[in-house]
Ligand binder design. Structure first.
Ligand code: C2E
Ligand code: MG
Ligand code: MG
Length: 530
């Protein structure tokens, strides 16, 4: 009994049956031994019965514990499986565009690095193709955002079909912009793929009556650049050249494909012209600033963001997406950036027109020696309190491993200047940024808001707002274009809001009407009731 019930730890049923048999057998045997005294029989039987009861009890307890251990291990296994499933779903969610189910910007950045690595190490050529839906803002204004979303989904589906079997990676870069990574070896090759993409969208024949040109259907403009045409070791340059090609496509007839060609004299002309413009922009008054209001939850303007504008002598404006990277490449951004801070101080901060101005600064500026000192000199020159100047650094900076940038930011903070992180959520660097540096506010990239119309997108928006709030910084959401978006953000307790709905960028002289642009009363009403 002792052996099977305690030492071998048999199952309770087996132990009970066999122990009972042993007990019965022993009792019957004892009863047949007539020569034994009653006292002896009593003592031995008591010993048997107590051993029987005790060992069965111990066995039952052991079995009970074993059952609990098994139960716990099964529970742990289920929990682990659930965690793995949740992790996989989150990973899928964080790399997929909620609206179109294409790869999102984060996943595309990832892929871009893979393609670039393959090009650098094994000379496997590839192209970056940027695709932009023509006059999409007008489409949204005319047909509403829901139709706008449906249109983007249809365009995405058509493009997926057009590039089937080409081993391409197609993603949504944000808004109405898509990106295609193509393993291609020649410009001819890219042109064929890009043309089939362009055709696939045109063939959908989605009506677009509000276009200011001859066409009445939704079309796309495409700009591309091939890795073979890009000197240097930075893949950002490839995207910049594709962006510039796209800019040319949009500046031409739209609904067309333009491919960057480093030997094309016209291409060079465009770049050279902009480069020339940049060199003399400041002295010829071709560069200016516009300001976009940033409001708190009650609708009050707490700051304005200074955005740089460049125009040609004939008055044509050039997109910051084109001239800022070029100014960075040429190193001119340091001088232009200093001009921007001086101008913002002079135009807005000297008076009491706005509480604060935020100015975007590039990595090059932060890395240039004496940048915090030059900021201090400008503030002293205009007698402006440092707290009224905000420096916006973009997430793309890759602060990690760049001690001079971190140092520059710390010195600016010591000066009393506020530091905001811009475009949070667009790259890999965001989390390490908020870990290394303390930001007064973090501006979440507008792609999160644009995608928030679907349940998946809304979940991601909530997640990123919580994440930013967890860092202790104020949460700022950019790109607020509609009342619904503003209401969602107020519901999520976002601290600061910025976007076309709350005020478009305007020159300093037109600031007051721009600030008053939104029906403040309605905003106040909504936030008070929230
Ligand atoms: P950013 O700093 O993220 O600036 C916000 C951009 O979003 C601006 O574009 C603004 O016009 C646009 N925007 C504002 N509200 C909305 C909205 O509701 N919907 C949409 N779709 N867009 C909205 P912009 O002026 O073309 O500037 C583009 C980028 O160029 C800026 O992005 C910034 O990274 C860079 N940039 C602009 N000015 C400067 C500057 O002075 N220095 C540096 N280094 N970069 C600058
Ligand atoms: Mg900014
Ligand atoms: Mg931004």
């Amino acid at each position: 009994m002792l052996g099977q019930n305690v030492f071998f730890n048999f199952r309770f049923f087996v132990a009970a049956v066999s122990s009972t048999s042993i007990l019965l057998f022993s009792q019957i045997t004892l009863l047949h031994e007539f020569y034994l005294s009653v006292q002896y029989l009593f003592v031995v039987s008591t010993l048997y019965f107590s051993t029987y009861a005790l060992t069965l009890f111990v066995n039952w307890k052991l079995n009970d514990e074993r059952y609990l251990v098994i139960l716990n291990s099964v529970r742990a296994e289920i929990r682990q499986e659930e965690a793995i499933e949740r992790g996989e779903a989150l990973l899928r969610l964080s790399s997929t565009d909620a609206l179109t189910s294409l790869a999102n910007r984060r996943a595309i950045d990832d892929q871009l690095r893979v393609f670039w690595q393959a090009w650098q190490t094994s000379q496997r050529s590839f192209a970056v193709v940027l695709i932009d839906v023509d006059f999409f803002k007008r489409y949204n204004d005319c047909y509403g955002h829901q139709k706008g979303d449906t249109c983007l989904v249809a365009v995405a589906k058509a493009m997926v079909k057009a590039v089937e079997g080409e081993h391409c990676v197609l993603g949504r870069f944000g808004g109405e912009e898509f990106i295609l990574l193509v393993p291609a070896t020649s410009r001819k090759n890219i042109a064929a793929i890009a043309e089939s993409v362009r055709h696939s969208v045109e063939d959908l024949q989605i009506p677009h009556e509000q276009r200011p040109d001859q066409s009445h259907v939704v079309t796309v403009s495409i700009g591309a650049a091939l890795s073979d045409d890009i000197p240097g070791s930075k893949f950002e340059r490839l995207v910049t050249e594709a962006d510039r090609a796209l800019y040319n496509a949009k500046n031409g007839n739209r609904n067309c494909v333009r491919i960057f060609d480093r030997n094309d004299p016209n291409q060079l002309d465009v770049n050279e012209n902009i480069a020339d413009l940049l060199r003399t922009a400041e002295s010829r008054n071709l560069v200016s600033l516009v300001y976009q209001p940033i409001r708190d939850r009650s609708g009050r303007v707490v700051a304005v963001e200074a955005l740089m504008r460049l125009r040609t002598p004939s008055g044509k404006s050039i997109s910051p997406a084109v001239f800022i990277p070029l100014a960075e490449q040429m190193g001119l951004i340091v001088q232009l950036g200093r001009w921007a801070i001086r101008t913002a101080c002079r135009e807005l901060l000297v008076g009491q027109l706005v509480p604060a101005v935020s100015v975007n600064v590039s990595a090059l500026q932060l890395r240039s020696p004496g940048f915090p000192l030059s900021v201090a000199a400008i503030l002293t020159e205009f007698g402006v309190a440092p707290q009224r100047l905000i420096i916006e650094v973009t997430e793309g900076l890759q602060i990690e491993g760049q001690p001079e940038i971190v140092q520059s930011i710390q010195e600016l903070r010591l000066l009393g200047v506020r530091i905001w992180l811009d475009d949070f959520g667009t790259g890999f660097a965001g989390l390490s940024c908020v870990r290394e540096v303390e930001f007064d506010a973090v501006k979440i990239d507008r792609s999160f808001l644009q995608a928030s119309s679907t349940p998946k997108g809304a979940e991601m928006l909530r997640g990123i707002v919580d994440l930013v709030r967890g860092t202790g910084s104020q949460v700022l959401m950019e790109g607020v274009e509609t009342q619904e978006q503003r209401d969602i953000l107020l519901g999520l307790q976002v601290d600061l809001l910025q976007g076309f709905y709350l005020g478009r960028p305007a020159a300093a002289a037109d600031m007051m009407p721009a600030i008053a642009h939104v029906a403040n009363a309605a905003f106040l009403e909504r936030s008070l009731s929230a």
